[in-house]
Design a protein around this ligand. Sequence first.
Ligand SMILES: NC(=O)c1ccc[n+]([C@@H]2O[C@H](COP(=O)([O-])OP(=O)(O)OC[C@H]3O[C@@H](n4cnc5c(N)ncnc54)[C@H](O)[C@@H]3O)[C@@H](O)[C@H]2O)c1
Length: 362
Amino acid sequence: MFGGVYKGKSVLITGNTGFKGSWLTLWLEQLGAHVTGFSSGLPSKQNHFSLLEQKAETIWGDIRDRNTLTNTILQCKPEIIFHLAAQPLVRHSYEFPTETFETNVMGTMNLLEAVRLCPSVKAVIVVTSDKCYDNTDDSLPFIESDPMGGFDPYSASKGMAELLVSSYRNSFFNTADFGTKHSTLIATVRAGNVIGGGDWGKDRLVPDIMKATSLNETVEIRSPNAIRPWQHVLEPLSGYLLVGQRLLEGDTGSASGWNFGPSEPDHLTVGEVCELLGTHWNLVRCTIAGNQVSFHEAHILKLDCSKAARILGWKPVWDGNTALAKTVDWYRSFYETGSVITVDQLEKYVEMAKEKESVWVN
Ligand SMILES: NC(=O)c1ccc[n+]([C@@H]2O[C@H](COP(=O)([O-])OP(=O)(O)OC[C@H]3O[C@@H](n4cnc5c(N)ncnc54)[C@H](O)[C@@H]3O)[C@@H](O)[C@H]2O)c1
């Protein structure tokens, strides 16, 4: 997989204890990488990271603390960094805007400053979000060259992180100077609404429904008509790993921004997601919240992933309904029997990718 580039590689994952970070760590360990994690804590009391048996060492620290982050990177000497650590929640960003900007913007700057001091780093993948774009709520999917923006502090922080990376890439890691003045390639990756087992993040639709269903409770949903690009967590991770492969191989053309989302029909409304979840777990019960949403949220958010398809050959493996079914399987298995089926689901995902002749599997 991924041309074997990760075998024996020293990899740093910031945010390794998080939902996406824990799946990514597991996958990279299976690919033979030596993974070190850097996180400030656990994302929630119940969490996927603690349920998995991982070999990776975790360095506990805050990305807002540039010295600790720099010392970690200088000691660990990674060849590639996946930067996932962030304050990732829109509602929390309204309550704690300065924490959100400090973590998501200045934290990313601290990381890039540390990378400037550490010659071992050949590739950096900065994870931002589909919310980085200036969203005017028309129904057009975003392409990578669309303007950055963000109404709420979270979305703006991700747009700002994109501009920051672009500036550092132009100024200090310019692809025209690669191999002469520096040896580091940097990309940003923008994924949609990610679902899958092991997420207990606050105010996230699918985890909230899974938890409530396990307790035989009804969930109140807000904005049933809002459209989002739903995808299983392994989908963007396959994209991140593919871009990482290209950067490690010295492909300067891959040092740019990339959308990783579902195909067009899998841009579902919140209401459709609830209905489909009910077909996979008949105990799921949702009602529409009576009171209005107290904060602004985009109504329509779609991603155009044709650049990744055209240039990288990347395509989704599981469609939206399969992603929802796998997510339900994970939580049902966890709540009903206590078993964690992450490894099994990763195997099944790779098998399907082989069947579909995904570019990253031989
Ligand atoms: N989950 C989604 O649907 C989604 C969608 C688009 C983008 N993203 C982005 O993907 C990344 C990972 O998201 P997630 O869902 O796994 O989030 P998560 O909340 O599960 O994990 C966040 C991780 O970041 C770490 N972290 C937070 N603040 C930190 C700090 N100041 N210093 C060091 N570590 C810190 C936490 O310890 C944790 O490991 C984030 O950048 C997020 O914005 C997520």
